[in-house]
Design a protein around this ligand. Structure first.
Ligand SMILES: [Mn+2]
Length: 351
């Protein structure tokens, strides 16, 4: 079932006086700048990820600021910028159009002339979202701050990764934690589908030189073949292989070091919450059994954080609160705090 998002849920209408994690920060003083992109236009299954940023924000004051793994790097400031109203407004408009395209396709197996026009309109709107995220990320990077994005569905970080690709001339890697390979070419006709994000990353003019995927357990033959054709450039740690290693008594520490060793010096982390076991994200758009435990994911981040490599940016996406879902936001806020913390530590902030 897909719920139509409303435009009455922007973070600006949150109930708290403080910022995210109840930190009294400002854009000027903070070293990590978070951008909310409440967007789920091409969501194909469950809806609600456009409400993810608000759910994470609302749950965030619960997170204790002292962290046993990295102490108190939050003192460098994690600031959530005011939301660009374009995202929520356009998301509401385009999601209805995208659903009509999906419905036409599902019912007839092809697209009518009218649906093709609608599809074109959706694709143009999605390209505008990517462009806004790109411009925003460029401006954060120009201030020598670390960009973090809160989705929305997984189509949202493309513009951020594009900005980093240009800054580093492709000399960085993407650590992609997800249930899905997200390597589909224009899924359901949508150029900027959530299911195409990493394919679109690979298609960037200056693409990151390495993509390392973890937790992947839902993918089609086309995606599997694409991974095999791009050996060296793409390393996929399928959930099946990771679990087999664990069942045969390899330690998770060993698996994590293998994963992190594949990454270059500079790392962007793209974290789809459905990489975790569904018990940690019951309302996410496309949950899949299996996946990482919360601690396996945070341990992987800690191995990365202690490796001497640098987190140059990150996103957390596909968190959806559901009907009365405080839990998804709670898990999301805690994972976001870990991402912010390791990004701060690996950039030498807060030491
Ligand atoms: Mn996913």
């Amino acid at each position: 079932m897909t719920k139509a998002p409303t435009d009455t849920n922007s973070i600006a209408q949150g109930t708290q006086d403080g910022g995210i994690f109840a930190l009294p920060t400002s854009h000027e003083s903070a070293q990590i700048i978070l951008t909310a992109v409440p967007w789920e236009v091409t969501t194909s299954y469950g809806g609600g990820t456009s409400l993810g940023p608000k759910a994470i924000f609302n749950a965030s004051p619960q997170v204790d600021l002292f962290d046993i793994e990295f102490g108190e790097p939050y003192v460098v400031g994690y600031h959530l910028d005011d939301e660009d109203p374009f995202f929520m407004k356009t998301n509401s408009e385009l999601k209805i159009l995208a659903q009509s395209v999906i419905q036409n396709w599902n019912e007839t197996g092809s697209l009518s002339a009218e649906s093709k026009k609608t599809l074109e309109k959706v694709n143009i709107g999605c390209a505008e979202m990517v462009s806004r995220v790109y411009q925003k990320t460029l401006s954060v990077l120009a201030e020598n701050k670390i960009p973090g994005l809160i989705g929305g569905d997984h189509s949202t970080p493309l513009g951020a990764i594009k900005a980093l690709s240009e800054k580093y001339d492709g000399r960085f890697g993407v650590l992609h934690i997800d249930a899905h390979a997200d390597l589909r070419l224009a899924y359901q006709g949508f150029t900027h589908s959530h299911a195409s994000i990493m394919r679109n990353v690979c298609l960037l003019k200056t693409a990151p030189k390495k993509l390392v995927q973890v937790g992947i357990r839902d993918f089609c033959k086309e995606e599997y073949d694409f991974i095999k054709q791009n050996e060296g450039r793409i390393s996929t740690y399928f959930d099946n292989d990771n679990k087999t290693a664990l069942f045969k008594n390899a330690g998770w520490d060993t698996v994590c070091h293998r994963i992190v060793d594949e990454l270059p010096e500079n790392v962007y982390v793209s974290f789809d919450i459905d990489g975790l076991s569904p018990e940690f994200c019951p309302n996410t758009g496309t949950p899949v059994p299996g996946g990482l435990s919360f601690e396996q994911a945070t341990y992987l981040l800690s191995v990365l954080g202690r490796s001497g490599k640098k987190i140059v940016g990150f996103d957390l996406n596909e968190v959806a609160p559901g009907e009365n879902g405080e839990w998804d936001g709670n898990v999301g806020a805690r994972m976001l705090f870990k991402l912010c913390g390791w990004a701060a530590v690996t950039n030498g902030f807060g030491k």
